[in-house]
Structure formats: structure tokens, C-alpha cells
Design a protein around this ligand. Structure first.
Ligand SMILES: [Zn+2]
Ligand SMILES: [Zn+2]
Ligand SMILES: [Zn+2]
Length: 142
């Protein structure tokens, strides 16, 4: 339990170096919040770049259809997988999320080009489970 003499401050001070303003957003004053946000975005982009570079050392770009083909061993379903921050994920999802943003929970990624080993985000669309089933059904009919 928190000792009674430990009281949270109502208006904490901005965490930016040498700034004495009152916190308005998050841990920063209004002015420094925007700077901190820009820095965070830059850090995330840097982080994503590192992961993408790692993935693409195992990818061959095909000039014909523009597919970016994963060269690693596919799993039993025919998809490539890799580990990011200790989590094993499909490589096409890693590339999609690190270039386009995180996909909502429950949504699926569909390969418009029909190649499961392709990681090109241009060739991938986000669909619901239902939509995805329909897409594959129409393929079979062709
Ligand atoms: Zn500040
Ligand atoms: Zn493709
Ligand atoms: Zn699909």
C-alpha cells in the first residue's frame, strides 16, 4: 500500500529538460508535447526501418508482377514466418504493419496477387474473415 505521505501531485511539471511548465498532455507541456510526439514518431520509423531491412535480406523482388518473394522456408500453409521482438509472425503481416500500420484485431490479410510468399504491401488487402472466405471461394470457381 502507498504510504500516506506519498501523494500524487495535481499538476506535474513537464518532463522536458529544464522546462518548468505544467503538464497539459501526457508527460509534457503543450509546447514540448508536440516535440516529444515528433521524436517518438521518428523513433518508431527508425525501429520499423530496421525490421524491414532485416526481412528484406530474405526477399527477392520480382520484376514481372512486382511480387516481393520471401526466400525462407514456408510453413505448412505456405506462408513465410519470422520473429520480431520474440514474437513469431507471418512475414507479409510484418511488412504490411511496418509500412501501413497495425491491422485491427480479427482482420485478415489477403494476397491479391495470389502468392502467399509475397510480402509486397501493395499486393495485400485487409479484409474481414467473411470477405476473405468469399474471395477464395470465387477463385476456386474460376
Ligand atoms: Zn515543457
Ligand atoms: Zn505479390
Ligand atoms: Zn487470401
Amino acid at each position: 500500500m502507498l504510504p500516506t505521505d506519498i501523494q500524487p501531485i495535481a499538476s506535474p511539471k513537464c518532463e522536458f529538460d529544464l522546462c518548468d511548465d505544467t503538464v497539459v498532455k501526457g508527460r509534457y507541456c503543450k509546447k514540448h508535447f508536440n516535440i516529444a510526439k515528433a521524436q517518438l514518431k521518428a523513433d518508431q520509423a527508425q525501429d520499423n526501418l530496421k525490421i524491414l531491412e532485416k526481412i528484406y535480406t530474405h526477399v527477392t523482388v520480382k520484376s514481372v508482377k512486382g511480387c516481393h518473394i520471401w526466400q525462407g522456408q514456408p510453413n505448412e500453409k505456405g506462408y513465410g514466418r519470422s520473429t520480431v521482438n520474440g514474437v513469431r509472425m507471418y512475414v507479409h503481416r510484418i511488412v504490411y504493419e511496418r509500412t501501413r500500420g497495425v491491422v485491427d484485431f480479427g482482420k485478415m490479410l489477403h494476397h491479391k496477387c495470389g502468392n502467399r510468399l509475397c510480402v509486397n504491401p501493395e499486393h495485400i488487402e485487409v479484409v474481414s474473415h467473411l470477405e476473405h472466405g468469399k474471395k477464395h471461394l470465387s477463385w476456386r470457381g474460376k
